[in-house]
Design a protein around this ligand. Structure first.
Ligand SMILES: Nc1ncnc2c1ncn2[C@@H]1O[C@H](COP(=O)(O)OP(=O)(O)OP(=O)(O)O)[C@@H](O)[C@H]1O
Ligand SMILES: [Mg+2]
Length: 258
């Protein structure tokens, strides 16, 4: 059974339809990338899956399924069970998941304790392991810091470490490497590929970077003005783009065809 299914999903903010009739399935151990222009609705899709749309945002049509179960309108309690443990999210704004009033170390301990029922020592080991996966050094100092004392890139890495540490089946990642330098970006992408291969994690990745999408994805979804204008394997998208918009995206980066 597919990990995630979006079936004829349309989303509006107020009167305006932002997402129009989106259909796709993400299987176990698959990576799908969503690419598209700024404002095309990429974050809206990701946020809708975990019930993080703002007040004015509404799923007007269609259904979202997680492992065959409808998750389009869950109760607060049901969301709590899914969030973090089953479905992890890395928001576009670095550090949105972090509590501004709590030190980093405490946030990891509480999260691992609450969600994974870990004792302090176990949580510490997992935290250190996750820090090293995202290239964060100086654990002792880092755990004593508040989020505002970290750079955007550090917050992004801390958020990734927290999200993947919980070991979700499905990871929603919204431009997770946007404020990181090339080497760290590469390490994190390799980590995603490892999680996919070793843990069969399914990943829905939003990126502006078509070359990156080509490298990591099983499928690419091209979004333009809320419409799904292309969907297929990287080879299909690159060799046989269906929409003018995809052709234009590809022509902007000529090297991708090599
Ligand atoms: N709370 C809101 N109320 C009204 N309109 C909104 C709201 N949030 C987003 N929008 C609009 O919805 C559209 C899609 O926004 P979204 O953030 O999903 O785009 P995106 O593809 O993630 O863009 P980016 O690449 O810049 O992150 C945009 O036109 C945006 O202005
Ligand atoms: Mg966005």
């Amino acid at each position: 059974m597919e990990t995630l299914k979006m079936e004829n999903v349309s989303i509006s903010y107020g009167e305006k339809f932002i997402i129009k009739n989106i259909n796709f399935q993400l299987r176990k151990g698959e990576i799908i990338s969503i690419v598209g222009e700024s404002g095309s609705g990429k974050s809206t899709i990701l946020n809708s899956i975990l019930g993080f749309l703002p007040e004015e945002g509404k799923i007007q049509n269609g259904e979202i399924y997680y492992e065959g179960k409808k998750i389009t309108c869950l109760s607060k309690k049901e969301w709590q069970i899914l969030r973090g443990k089953k479905i992890g999210i890395i928001f576009q704004e670095p550090g949105s998941t972090l509590n501004p009033f709590q030190k980093i170390g405490k946030q990891f301990f509480e999260s691992f304790h609450h969600v994974l029922k870990m004792k302090k020592k176990e949580a510490r080991t997992l935290m250190e392991n996750m820090f090293s996966k995202v290239g964060l050094k100086g654990t002792e100092e880092l755990i004593e810091k508040f989020p505002f004392q970290l750079s955007g890139g550090m917050k992004q890495r801390v958020s990734i470490a927290l999200a993947i540490g919980l070991g979700p089946n499905l990871l929603l990642a919204d431009e997770p490497t946007s404020s990181l330098d090339a080497t760290i970006q590469k390490n994190i992408i390799e980590e995603f590929l490892f999680l996919k291969k070793e843990l069969n994690m399914s990943i829905l990745l939003v990126t502006h970077n078509l070359a990156l999408a080509k490298y990591v994805s099983d499928k690419i979804l091209v979004l333009s003005q809320g419409n799904m204008v292309d969907f297929g394997s990287p080879e299909e998208i690159i060799q046989n783009p269906k929409s003018e918009y995809t052709k234009k995206l590809l022509s902007d980066i000529p090297k991708i065809k090599e």
